[in-house]
Ligand binder design. Structure first.
Ligand code: PLP
Length: 372
């Protein structure tokens, strides 16, 4: 039986000698925090995305939390975000004492702009659209709405490096954006790490303070901050892998197109989300939709036949026990609910071979030949 694994990390980092050489040099200097490796990574990252600044921080979660904090958002404030996101989006909002306010999503997984206005209250301070799966949110109407209601926009770009909308890279559109370099993200390092990008001088200055205890210099504290520096060893890994970002992205886009071709011919059983023309989606996740009754049996069939399929995510955040105090009721976000029951994810990474992809496609086909 063939195996199509989900994690490609053994291939991604199978040849680590160049990285280890750099780490050996780094050890000789013993400048273990915020050295030139971090500065180099930040400068490469800012030019990759096309922003004036990038600030390396401890995780993708912190890359969302710190810009919110820098905007003065905190206790008693509300931040609107997508109901179907990864916990870290809501977690970042919660960590600064604000309340995450969920809004349902479009069939292509991102914030449904038509439903945002109804969620705005006098306490709303910001909108945090999530470019989930590498699919850019509808940024133009989100910005218009934000402007009308005087709200900040901070993008959760953790899954969407080099995704673009109307020719603009995500991360260049809001007041700031957070990216994750977690091992499971498209551009990944050997542990937790994140990056905030911004074009604002003021935001940049605040982020530099906030990630390093609010210290203006060795002796003076300007604000209460955090310990959330990008680890220098992770910056070394980042400096190695960042050169491959375009290759990684192009390979994922090509794999997504190959799946799209095959699955669009299986319309009776499998639904692709609507593919908008004016966006570049970077396929952090390749997600399809099937009838709810088929989802779990199909995923089981795929696993049994060696295809490491996943579901992102089977239980909507607003129904999770840990968020029960937010007071949401089952059924409040019908599209999010539908997706939780109907979506599944296939491997789409840059190391996946065409043969492995075709095996995934064949296995889905085989399920419906025997179960439909
Ligand atoms: C991964 C992820 C995060 C958080 O990143 P970490 O680096 O794991 O803290 C935030 N939002 C989304 C949508 C993510 O996928």
């Amino acid at each position: 039986m063939k195996k199509v694994r989900y994690s490609y990390l053994p291939q991604q980092f199978g040849n680590p000698d160049e990285i280890l050489d750099e780490i050996r040099k780094f050890l000789g200097k013993c400048q273990f925090t915020l050295g030139p490796e971090v500065a180099q990574f930040e400068s490469s990252f800012a030019s990759l995305i096309g922003t004036k600044y990038a600030v390396g921080v401890g995780s993708g979660t912190d890359a969302l939390k710190l810009p919110l904090k820098a905007l003065g958002i905190g206790h008693g404030d509300e931040v609107i975000t997508a109901a179907n996101t990864f916990i870290a989006t809501a977690g970042a909002i919660n960590e600064i004492g604000a309340k995450p306010v969920f809004v349902d999503v479009t069939p292509y997984y991102t914030l449904d702009v038509a439903k945002v206005e109804a969620a705005i209250t006098p306490r709303t301070k910001a909108i945090m659209p999530v470019h989930l799966t590498g699919e850019p949110a509808d940024m133009k109407p989100i910005l218009e709405l934000a402007k009308k209601h005087k709200l900040h926009v901070v993008e959760d770009a953790c899954q969407a490096i080099l995704a673009a909308v109307d020719g603009k890279n995500v991360g260049t559109i809001g007041a700031a954006a957070g990216f994750s370099l977690h091992p499971l993200k498209n551009l990944n390092v050997w542990g937790d790490a994140g990056v905030v990008v911004t074009n604002s001088d003021e935001m940049y200055a605040k982020l530099k303070l906030l990630r390093n205890h609010g210290m203006k210099n060795r002796d003076e504290i300007e604000v209460f901050g955090y310990n959330s520096r990008l680890d220098s060893i992770q910056a070394i890994v980042g400096n190695w892998i960042i050169r491959q970002t375009h290759q990684i992205t192009d390979a994922r886009i090509a794999n997504g197109a190959h799946y799209d071709d095959a699955f669009s011919k299986m319309e009776k059983h499998v639904r692709l989300p609507y593919r908008r023309k004016d966006v570049r989606r970077v396929f952090h996740l390749y997600m399809l939709q099937v009838e709810a009754q088929h989802r779990d049996p199909l995923v089981e069939f795929l696993l049994k036949n060696g295809v490491d399929a996943k579901v992102h995510y089977p239980i909507p955040l607003y129904l999770q026990q840990g968020l029960a105090h937010l007071g949401y009721r089952a059924g409040q976000f019908p599209e999010t609910d539908r997706q939780a029951k109907e979506i599944f994810t296939l491997p789409v990474d840059q190391h996946l071979t065409r043969e492995q992809q075709d095996y995934c496609i064949e296995t889905v086909k085989k399920y419906f030949e025997t179960h439909a």
